[in-house]
Write a protein that binds this ligand. Structure first.
Ligand SMILES: NC(=O)c1ccc[n+]([C@@H]2O[C@H](COP(=O)([O-])OP(=O)(O)OC[C@H]3O[C@@H](n4cnc5c(N)ncnc54)[C@H](O)[C@@H]3O)[C@@H](O)[C@H]2O)c1
Length: 284
């Protein structure tokens, strides 16, 4: 159902790789709500993924950009304003990647070049997008900029590895830049901390299915889906949330406020918790 919440708004959506991507769902919903926007992704993802198909559905253009490359970002933003016919009203940063996760490096044995790449792609790219947009004065008053985060920024989750550090940095950038851009141009900047979601990036996390199942059971409302995340992003891009900024907004069915559920307690009582599951600490 459409409410025309984004009628007349222009934006850029980063990170739609395939139909499972959270950004894909956001693009579909933004289109339904009357927005016009460009899509972007890193060139290799454009070759391997289905972004072009989405662009056809949303009647728009794909502009390749590596989100860590300032020249690419400058070109992306200038070209987007040309294609869309004016300054922007919203940006979605839906980007995450860790070479340490991909190569199975343990958190206590990180490759630091990989870590630098994780932080650059998954967090600093958000700063780069904001800095480039500000220098080009590309955002209208009361624009809304969002990035996607995960609760591992605040709590430790098995297997999330250096992505936890990247998400902490990402959320901090939203606060620090939110102050500057809010004061100057009323631009609001937030992160949405989403439930585990079965996407290409999500499935890369170690034992992701168990994580998904655990958080489904621990969340009073169950996990939030990618479609539900898209709905939340639409509200955050709309004029209905104009005074929300510098926040990390949990969209997780209540998971982040839970300590222990009855179901988890019963499961705990049934299990053999004294058994050493990983005596050599190979997998922790
Ligand atoms: N899936 C989950 O469980 C989950 C939970 C919370 C938050 N998130 C976050 O949601 C966001 C989107 O991930 P997703 O789950 O939709 O997975 P996804 O794999 O569909 O999307 C990740 C995107 O990042 C893009 N990307 C990687 N490197 C890039 C670069 N250098 N420049 C530009 N784009 C680049 C990929 O091409 C891909 O499109 C990420 O920030 C992720 O951390 C995901």
């Amino acid at each position: 159902m459409s409410y025309n919440l984004l009628k007349g708004k222009r934006g850029i959506i980063f990170g739609a790789l395939n139909e499972h991507s959270i950004a894909w769902k956001v693009a579909e919903r933004a289109y339904e709500e009357g927005a016009i926007f460009t899509l972007t992704n890193v060139p290799i993802a454009l070759r391997m993924g289905d972004t072009q198909l989405l662009a056809e559905k949303c009647n728009t253009e794909v502009i390749p950009a590596d989100a860590v490359n300032l020249e690419d970002l400058e070109h992306l933003i200038i070209r987007s304003m040309e294609v869309l016919g004016g300054k922007l009203d919203f940006i979605l940063h839906s980007i995450g990647m860790s070479p340490n996760v991909r190569k199975g490096r343990h958190y206590s044995d990180l490759d630091y070049d990989f870590l630098a790449k994780t932080l650059d792609v998954s967090a600093l790219s958000f700063h780069k997008v904001l800095q480039t947009a500000r220098k080009l004065d590309a955002l209208n008053q009361w624009s809304s900029v969002l990035a996607l985060s995960y609760v591992a920024a605040q709590r430790t989750f098995y297997g999330y590895n250096d992505m936890a550090d990247a998400k902490s940095l990402l959320e901090s950038i939203a606060r620090s830049f939110g102050y500057i851009y809010g004061r100057e141009r009323n631009v609001r900047i937030n992160t949405i901390s989403q439930s585990p979601t079965p996407t290409t990036a999500g499935n890369g996390i170690k034992m992701f299915d168990s994580l998904l199942d655990f958080s489904e059971r621990m969340s009073p409302l169950g996990n939030a889906t990618a479609d539900e995340c898209a709905d939340y992003c639409i509200v955050m891009f709309s004029d209905l949330t104009r005074k929300v900024t510098m926040q990390n907004l949990f969209h997780d069915g209540g998971f982040s406020s839970m300590g222990m559920s009855l179901r988890a307690m019963e499961q705990y009582n049934r299990g053999n918790c004294d058994e050493e599951v990983d005596p050599d600490h190979k997998y922790d």
